[in-house]
Unconditional design. Structure first.
Length: 514
């Protein structure tokens, strides 16, 4: 019996072994069980309690991001100055986001912060490359990513109808249409402001301040017995210290204390630049009203920059034309002229005459001279033509300031309260909505050719004349375009200029042959 039982047990063992072999996994050549175990260990590492908590937090963060609303995502983008992300969210589904006043202001506060950071980054890059040319540094900044983001932000907000009057006077829709030949009489007829009032004139405030200070030093020398030469030397050292390290802040503070109206004029002047740039579709980067503000703002040069007040704007089209060595178009020249002359125009409108703005005039002159054509076929920007362009820019600026007066007053109030870029733009746009101000579709008047310069006429729209090329039947009226006779006169004048240019070229070629 025992042998029989042993045989049965051996048979069962053999069957079990065969069954176990039939269910074993196939062997992979070159792969050992130890390798599989080690790979498994690496794929699931052992976590310490601290690592486990960190992983759990990252998972919770991802879950929160997935469940965050569009408004929360927008707020996060604005907090980190992520302008592309913010605009992408707004453009994807603006109906899901409530554009509150606070959110609107934060959008442009991010623009201001981004542009400031961009200047510092450009400076660091310039220093690293050891570029000695200020011009090349400026051009690099003009094409910088920060300014590109700023431009996209303005355009995105405009496309969503959050900026109703940004670019309200673009595509040639200026308040004064017709000829661009502007005489002083035409300027006064259109604006009610004489040419003299639009010419910056000093009120001798600095002279009187210097005299008063010299008298005070003399009295102090007599009272204390201190040598006057010592006081004068200390004064010169103080002035040098103020200019080099404090950007002239001490002197400016004393001037504003002695002459309070100086502060108001600076405020109105810069508000003029700000509003006209906004109306012409040029994004504004920032605005400073004192040397102390400019001292802490890299966009305005910081310490030693020499800027006591200023408005920084950006014209993408003009920038592209300059950097790509393209022909500077007349529309770009006109935009720049209006913005630069807007400060002088604002002072003249508010105070009856302009005292500041000599630097603005010089900037316009230098700009026009820098784009003088190299070809004899184009007109040269000579003195008379530059003066005419300045008059044209000042006239358009005055008319725009008057047409958008509620927005201008709101901007002045925001600047006076120390508002940043966001508060200022919000003030402009809210005043425009409250007062039903719309983009300019029709000019306020027309300049018709009369002998050499134009004549200002108003009160007749093109629809009232039936034929825009026909002269108006009303005494004070005008058509949208010049009459046939005036057009012929203008074409004749242009033909003469072209012919004269060609004659000059032929004469030059003949002289070269000799």
């Amino acid at each position: 019996m025992a042998p029989f039982v042993n045989g049965i047990l051996l048979s069962l063992v053999a069957i079990f072994v065969r069954s176990a072999r039939s269910f074993s996994p196939p062997r992979v050549p070159g792969l050992r069980l130890s390798d599989l175990a080690s790979r498994h260990d690496r794929s699931i590492p052992s976590l310490s309690p601290r690592s486990a908590k960190t992983s759990l937090r990252s998972i919770e963060t991802r879950v929160q991001e997935d469940t965050a609303t569009d408004e929360e995502r927008l707020d996060a983008c604005l907090e980190s100055c992520d302008l592309p992300g913010a605009i992408a969210l707004l453009l994807s589904d603006a109906s899901q986001i409530s554009m509150t006043r606070d959110r609107f202001v934060r959008v442009f506060a991010a623009v201001e912060e981004r542009s400031s950071r961009d200047v510092l980054e450009s400076r660091d890059k310039t220093d690293f490359l050891q570029q000695e040319s200020v011009e090349s540094s400026r051009d690099m900044r003009m094409m910088s990513p920060g300014r590109r983001e700023m431009t996209d932000t303005y355009e995105g907000m405009k496309s969503l109808n959050y900026l109703s009057v940004f670019g309200a006077s673009t595509d040639g829709n200026y308040p004064a249409a017709g000829s661009q030949e502007i005489s002083p009489a035409t300027l006064e007829a259109a604006t009610g402001i004489p040419m003299e009032a639009l010419t910056p004139q000093s009120n001798n405030a600095f002279t009187w301040a210097g005299v008063a200070f010299a008298v005070a030093e003399g009295c102090l020398s007599l009272a204390t017995g201190i040598n006057l030469n010592v006081l004068v030397g200390l004064t010169l050292l103080l002035v040098a210290f103020d200019q080099l390290l404090l950007n002239g802040g001490l002197f400016e503070t004393a001037l504003k204390t002695l002459f309070p109206e100086y502060r108001a004029k600076v405020l109105r002047h810069e508000a003029g630049h700000f509003l006209i740039a906004h109306l012409l579709g040029c994004p504004v980067e920032g605005c400073v009203l004192s040397a102390w503000s400019a001292l802490s703002d890299a966009r305005f040069g910081g310490a030693g920059g020499g800027i006591s007040a200023g408005t920084s704007f950006y014209d993408p089209v003009l920038s592209r034309e300059i950097n790509d060595s393209q022909t500077i178009t007349r529309s770009s020249i006109d935009r720049y002229s209006c913005i630069v002359m807007a400060g002088i125009a604002a002072e003249a409108v508010e105070f009856g005459k302009a005292e500041g703005g000599a630097g603005d005039e010089m900037a316009l002159i230098q700009f026009l001279l820098s784009i003088n054509p190299r070809s004899g076929k184009a007109r040269v920007w000579d003195e008379e033509r530059i003066r005419n362009q300045a008059r044209w820019g000042a006239m358009q600026a005055v008319l725009l300031l008057e047409a958008f007066r509620p927005s201008y007053d709101a901007l002045v109030d925001a600047l006076e309260r120390g508002g940043g870029l966001g508060e200022c733009i919000y003030a402009i746009e809210k005043a425009a909505v409250d007062n039903n101000l719309k983009p300019m579709k029709e000019p306020l008047g027309y300049v018709r050719m009369d002998e050499t310069f134009g004549r200002w006429e108003v009160n007749v729209s093109p629809s009232e004349t039936g034929n825009v090329d026909a002269p108006s039947s009303k005494g004070d009226g005008v058509d949208a375009k010049l009459s046939d006779a005036e057009i012929d006169k203008e074409l004749l004048r242009q033909s003469k200029e072209i012919l004269q240019g060609r004659i000059d070229e032929i004469d030059q070629e003949l002289r070269n042959l000799d």
